[in-house]
Design a protein around this ligand. Sequence first.
Ligand code: FE2
Length: 420
Amino acid sequence: MLKHIKPAEVETGMFVQGFVGSWFDHPFWRKKFLLTEEADAIKIRESKVSAVIVDVALGSAPQSAAPAVPVLAPASALPPRLPPVTGRYTPASHAPRPTSFRQETRRAAKIVEKSKKKVGAMFEAARLGQALKVPEILPLIDEIRDSVERNNKALTNLVRLKNKDEYTYMHSVAVCTLMINFACKLDLDESTIRSMGVAGLLHDLGKMAVPQIILDKVERLTDDELITIRSHPVRGHALIGDNPDIPDIARDVCLHHHEKIDGSGYPFGLQGNEISLAARMGAICDVYDAVTSNRPYKDPWTPCTALARMLQWKGHFDERLMQVFINSMGLYPAGGLVRLNDHRLALVVDNCTEDPTGVRVLPFYCTSRLQELEPEEITITPDQGVQILGTERPEFWHFDNWEGMRHAILSQSMPRSAAA
Ligand SMILES: [Fe+2]
């Protein structure tokens, strides 16, 4: 049974089903969880949420004598409430079954081919001033969602591969895929996940109004060309107009995906909480795909390198969301610390040049024997052998001088005092 309680009444042992109040005011990404840590309980008590919804069937009941107020369902933690995507979309009746990376890559390749045609046709229609027929692409978004749910590495890896002629269309499909994967990781509701997919597809629609010669220019852009390029969010927003088939999330992401947390972005220089969750997510997905793709004016960065560099751009992205994005991709920033499933800690070197799904790591410490190891590079690939369990915080392992350790590990000589 669900009950509303005050934040001050929250105790460990309760099962949190949701929060009432602004999404930005509650301290957790996930809305549903068993509260086991006192530190987390303190975070909730000190938060600005107006109420917490607990399930007394799954956790302990509140101590207060105040009568419980049954509620029908947890309030959404996302502001603002957005209308569902309209169209002929019918939700899948069951969750897709997980598949291997190799199996899903074959299916994902077909989705990519279909996407190129559908998105290309839709963008060309927009260029000709015709109305966007969004309901026609909702089944495609459904397929992308299912693929990501079966195995999120297959499609997110394939969509990075694009040639020059199809860049704008494929970048849109890529950002759509990344947004859906990101939204799933944030445990957003079905309608919002779909809207995030539409937002990813349409975020750069305004580029249809920018001359291709400027988009492909290798040399430094003139001031006028820069102004033209930077007009694409506003132009895209105008192209979407008041089309009732397009969710407000897509309008928001289209207009604000180049804003930055520190206010140095465009077109409005919004900062901090002035930028919505969807636009913050869009900014991360947009940049990640742009820097890991082949462009006329630069070679792509590997995913590991891209994440490491994006983490260093202070003030550009929402840092907490950036961490969720990294987790959602199952990727690891170059130079980061990870734990392997064979009780070893390792330093991430980079992706493989030949196979960007492979991650090169240097295991250097055994956590079961508490013993330093001679660093020896191995490559970890999806579905095979040793796997990465997740990222680790160097401070947890008392690696206080992680910068120095990284250098030492890469130089194949680890300082003896490093691992406490
Ligand atoms: Fe853009």
